[in-house]
Design a protein around this ligand. Structure first.
Ligand code: PBE
Length: 306
């Protein structure tokens, strides 16, 4: 027979356990909005006092140093990393639902993979919309007229570049395979880049300099494959941003398709401007800035100082 004292005992024990559980949950809170004596976690603490950067030579790193100064973010450390390191930090934080702020840019496949947002930049430190220009060495026009014309005609849309980036980074294709796939699937676009047969090929080999940013891996490999289809031998040289600009300035490279202008690479460009030929944009509508997962509850860079 069921005894009431026993039933009451079980209920009491259950209530006590529930009470302990609720108290335990409260204790694990971040402390935000809690009673006296507990400090609110600052925005800076939530970000671990870090901004996850990429390679030191990138324009976005210089812009971020300036942003730290202009917005009074001295408590933050800008961490040197790489494009892959930045994405890995983003991925790890998102997995744990933690706050993270990274140097980010568009076009980039990370926006297709995760729900992310740019922090507003009211002082315009990161500049507005930009373009990516194609820059060649001034002798290329005579040395390889067909390659020169192809590079001059090369123009695509952010969505095109994103498709190639996604195949490489999410689809795990090699950059060359992803470039070939793009060419096969976009024959009308690619046809417009290739000059008529009557244009002279000139020298056999074309050297392209680039930096291993995801966006530039995509564009440079597409150009490589198209030039190869035109009968050129193409050598790609993956270097630092500084070396890329120096290389195109000194004629060590025939071309680069990775000039983010007018802001991101302004300093680099100013140094070589008179020694190169700028063939204009190959893509328009780029952006750089500080990027966070959408669940981060601040919306602007000045709020990072809180
Ligand atoms: N990026 C991608 C480069 C240009 C291309 C934005 C990382 C930079 O910051 O220099």
């Amino acid at each position: 027979m069921l005894r009431w004292t026993k039933v009451l005992g079980v209920i009491t024990a259950a209530l006590l356990l529930l009470g302990a559980f609720v108290a335990g949950c409260g204790g694990q809170d971040t402390g935000q909005g809690q009673g006296e004596g507990k400090q609110e976690t600052s925005v800076r603490e939530k970000f671990g006092g870090k901004i996850i950067g990429i390679e030191p030579g990138a324009g976005i790193m210089k812009a971020t140093e300036k942003a730290i100064e202009e917005y009074g973010l001295e408590g933050y450390e800008l961490v040197d990393s790489s494009s892959t390191g930045m994405v890995a930090a983003l991925q790890a934080a998102i997995k744990d639902n933690e706050w993270v702020v990274v140097t980010g840019w568009t076009p980039h496949w990370k926006f297709a993979k995760w729900d992310l947002k740019y922090l507003d930049d009211p002082k315009g430190i990161y500049g507005g919309e930009e373009e990516i220009d194609t820059i060649v060495t001034p002798t290329l026009k005579e040395e390889a007229p067909a390659a020169y014309q192809m590079l001059d005609n090369f123009y695509w849309k952010p969505a095109d570049m994103e498709a190639v980036m996604l195949d490489i980074n999410v689809g795990e294709m090699s950059p060359d395979d992803a470039a070939r796939k793009f060419i096969e699937e976009n024959q009308d676009t690619v046809k417009e880049w290739i000059p008529p047969q009557s244009v002279e090929k000139g020298k056999d080999k074309i050297v392209l300099g680039y930096v291993e940013w995801d966006s530039e891996i995509a564009s440079t490999h597409v150009v490589k494959q198209v030039l190869m289809d035109m009968g050129y031998e193409v050598e790609l040289r993956a270097v630092d941003a500084g070396v890329m600009w120096q290389g195109i300035g000194e004629g060590a490279f025939d071309a680069i398709v990775a000039a983010w202008l007018p802001t991101t690479h302004a300093d680099y460009y100013a140094k070589v401007k008179d020694k190169v030929e700028n063939l204009g944009p190959n893509l328009e509508g780029t952006r750089i800035g500080l990027v966070v997962p959408s669940y981060v509850t601040i919306d602007s860079i000045p709020e990072m100082a809180q």
